[in-house]
Design a protein around this ligand. Structure first.
Ligand code: SF4
Length: 201
């Protein structure tokens, strides 16, 4: 007995699925859509996702903030301006609140306050003390004598400004400057440290 299966009937073409007709939005709907505030998913900063409570900041900013908040001025005075400098360290003005601690050795100090008249006899010692301080270091010229000789501008034996022998960062004018002026000088120095943080490194 022989035979074969009947051939399958040809498949009839099927109609494509019906696409619902797009309805035009009414004007009110369009206006409501326009006025609806769009909310973006802003996500979270990486430090919030990975380590909550960790603050990211450039290293030079952190180092500069540490430096400006822990200045150690070298304790030495040259003339009457030194009395005002000493008064600034006392409790009434209280430099400690800025993290400023007087230090009696140039090996650890990072600020030199030139407070008083710099005679040419004293100038080499001032320069030597400056060179013994480690980098980075800053100098405040306190008073008219340290800035340009002050009342001794015609005296041959007086240096006409300490910036003739060492670089000066902040000038505090006055004869003598009051403690508030020296405090202002320190604040100016702190701003300078922050401003020059990239250059100092
Ligand atoms: S500036 Fe005036 S107060 Fe200061 S050391 Fe000179 S003379 Fe004295």
């Amino acid at each position: 007995m022989s035979g074969s299966a009947p051939a399958a009937p040809p498949r009839e073409p099927q109609a494509p699925p019906e696409v619902p007709a797009r309805r035009e939005k009414t004007g009110i709907e369009r206006e409501a859509e326009r006025l609806t505030p769009v909310e973006f998913d802003r996500g979270k900063a990486p430090y919030r996702r990975v380590l909550p409570g960790v603050l990211l900041a450039p290293a030079d900013t952190v180092v500069a903030m540490a430096r400006k908040s822990s200045l150690w001025p070298l304790t030495f005075g040259l003339a009457c301006c030194a009395i005002e400098m000493i008064a600034t360290y006392m409790s009434h003005h209280d430099l400690d609140r800025f993290g400023i601690m007087p230090w009696p050795s140039p090996r650890q100090a990072d600020v030199m306050i030139v407070a008083g008249t710099v005679t040419k006899k004293m100038a080499p010692s001032v320069k030597l003390l400056y060179e013994q301080m480690p980098n980075p270091k800053w100098v405040i010229a306190m008073g008219a004598c340290a800035i340009n000789g002050g009342p001794y501008t015609r005296y041959d034996r007086v240096l006409q400004g300490v910036d003739k022998i060492i670089p000066v960062d902040v000038y505090v004018p006055g004869c003598p400057p009051r403690p508030e002026a020296l405090l202002d000088g320190f604040l100016a120095l702190q701003r300078k440290i922050m401003a020059e943080r990239s250059a100092v490194g």
